[in-house]
Design a protein around this ligand. Structure first.
Ligand SMILES: NC(=O)c1ccc[n+]([C@@H]2O[C@H](COP(=O)([O-])OP(=O)(O)OC[C@H]3O[C@@H](n4cnc5c(N)ncnc54)[C@H](O)[C@@H]3O)[C@@H](O)[C@H]2O)c1
Ligand SMILES: O=P(O)(O)OC[C@H](O)CO
Length: 332
């Protein structure tokens, strides 16, 4: 049974704002931290996050601040919702204000570019005093903010911590399952964004449903190959943070990664694509990390390699698809 909890959301992008709206509406006392004072003032005045979640009313009681200490003081649960690139620095900046009673829930999906670490590992390094959880699964901000029924999972090495967050965050429009397989959950969450880029490129090239089904099916095969090699469980890749998130990201027009893929498939450069999407496209950084991890672990990841070549080695997207199709015949 949920109790009123003080929740701080670090990051005022689309996902942080959507979660804050949902939790405030369902009885929690929520504050959003933004690194920009002008964003705080805009949201306070207009009760709308015009930049990242337009058209959604920010409910009464939801508050905003640009001060770190004020944001997390007294918070029992802290949601970290910044792009994966910013996770380390954000955790370092907040760490002096965090204590061991607080639970940190990371909702970013990606890998750290240079260290190739999972984001929970990065956060645990920077704020070792906190218990770290991960919230993942098929969940676009635009739908969660409008209370469209959604299922996600909450993962922690500590089953009791995951259970506590599950009880506090669940409501009839937002169902959470618990999971203790942090490796599987985080690898699924990160790698699905690479497959969403691939699905978008296929759509942008004018290919069809057959092609997308192939990308998704062979995509989950290579995602789980790497994830299992790194210590994750096969069943996690068959769950919400694997196939579930892959389905929503590869098929939805809400997906930033898929939309970026469509632009790339239509011939736009990476720089033009990122400028047009404006919001974070995590698959672009993740593909570099996944490409390196696959080599390190000696795991075959042909779709990931193809996306890396298209994004960073100037390979023609259509040629990349034809090359994938022309690989030597294999058993499934
Ligand atoms: N949008 C979704 O539907 C959704 C759903 C699930 C998970 N996620 C994940 O959540 C994370 C955030 O995504 P989003 O969609 O909210 O992104 P977004 O592009 O909508 O917003 C990013 C936010 O982070 C802030 N930011 C950027 N750089 C920063 C920095 N260096 N320090 C602090 N803040 C910084 C921006 O000002 C902005 O408020 C991503 O990892 C994404 O994959 C997003
Ligand atoms: O919009 P995307 O592609 O970053 O995906 C957002 C979420 O991860 C979907 O679950």
């Amino acid at each position: 049974m949920a109790t009123v909890k003080k929740v701080a959301v670090i990051g005022s992008g689309s996902w942080g704002t959507a979660l804050a709206v949902m939790l405030q509406k369902h009885g929690h006392d929520v504050v959003i931290w933004s690194r920009r004072q002008d964003a705080v003032e805009q949201m306070e005045k207009e009760r709308e996050n015009k930049e990242y979640l337009p058209g959604v009313l920010l409910p009464e009681g939801l508050s905003f601040t640009a001060e770190r200490e004020k944001a997390v003081k007294d918070a029992e649960i802290i949601i970290l919702s910044v792009p994966s690139k910013a996770v380390r620095q954000t955790a370092i900046d907040f760490s002096p204000y965090l204590n061991s009673n607080q639970v940190l829930v990371n909702v970013a999906k990606g890998l750290e570019e240079i260290s190739l670490k999972r984001l929970s590992q990065v956060i645990q390094e920077c704020a070792p005093q906190c218990q770290v959880c991960v919230l993942s699964g098929p969940s676009h901000a635009e739908e969660v903010a409008r209370e469209i029924p959604t299922t996600c999972l909450i993962a922690s090495e500590n089953a009791e911590t995951a259970k506590m967050v599950q009880e506090e965050f669940m409501n009839p429009r937002f169902r959470l399952y618990t999971n203790t397989d942090m490796v599987g959950v985080e690898m699924g969450a990160a790698l699905k964004n690479v497959m969403a880029l691939a699905a978008g490129i296929s759509d942008g090239l004018g290919f069809g449903d057959n092609t997308k089904a192939a990308i998704m099916t062979r995509g989950i095969a290579e995602m789980s190959r790497l994830g299992i090699e790194m210590g994750g469980k096969l069943e996690t890749f068959a769950g919400l943070s694997g196939i579930g998130d892959l389905i929503v990201t590869c098929t939805s027009m809400h997906s930033r990664n898929r939309r970026a893929g469509i632009l790339l498939g239509k011939g736009k450069s990476l720089a033009e694509t990122l400028a047009e999407i404006k919001m974070v496209v995590e698959g672009v950084n993740t593909v570099q990390a996944a490409y390196t991890l696959a080599k390190e672990h000696n795991v075959e990841m042909p779709i990931t390699n193809a996306i890396y070549e298209v994004l960073f080695q100037g390979k023609n997207a259509e040629q990349a698809v034809l090359d994938l199709m022309s690989r030597h015949g294999k058993a499934e």
